[in-house]
Design a protein around this ligand. Structure first.
Ligand SMILES: [Zn+2]
Length: 138
């Protein structure tokens, strides 16, 4: 169910929309991330799409994605439009709050992997130390 048409969303991005509908779209973008994804896809489908998404961010029109959305991103459960939007938020906008969230979630998500990695590193360096005692590497 789409409350707004594609044209209305694009008109919002171009600031061609009246204040009342503009406010409702902003409200919707804060609560409904499928709409954000839709808008991102619409904008990237145009010429200079990325630039348009960037403009929106710079103007502070789109708010930070909630933690649940970042969790979905870490798990790879998001579509291309949304992933692009999040990458943009992280890399181009450089939002510190979200980047902290993102790193936190990545750590949480891969705790088993990183434990395994730590063990591997420990084992290999232990092996090196052992070998180092009776042979020189250089
Ligand atoms: Zn953010």
């Amino acid at each position: 169910m789409h409350e707004f048409s594609d044209d209305e969303l694009l008109a919002y991005a171009d600031e061609r929309l009246d204040a009342v509908r503009c406010t409702s779209i902003e409200k919707l973008l804060r609560s409904d991330f499928s709409t954000v994804e839709r808008l991102t896809r619409l904008l990237s489908g145009r010429d200079h799409g990325e630039h348009s998404v960037g403009e929106l961010w710079r103007r502070g029109r789109l708010s930070c994605p909630p933690r649940a959305v970042w969790a979905a991103f870490v798990d790879g459960r998001l579509g291309d439009g949304m992933s692009q939007y999040l990458k943009f938020h992280l890399e181009t906008v450089g939002c510190r709050v979200c980047s902290a969230n993102f790193e936190d979630l990545q750590h949480e998500d891969s705790s088993t992997d990183s434990e395994r990695r730590t063990r591997k590193i420990f084992q290999s360096s232990a092996g090196k130390l052992h070998r180092g005692s009776d042979e020189k590497s250089h």
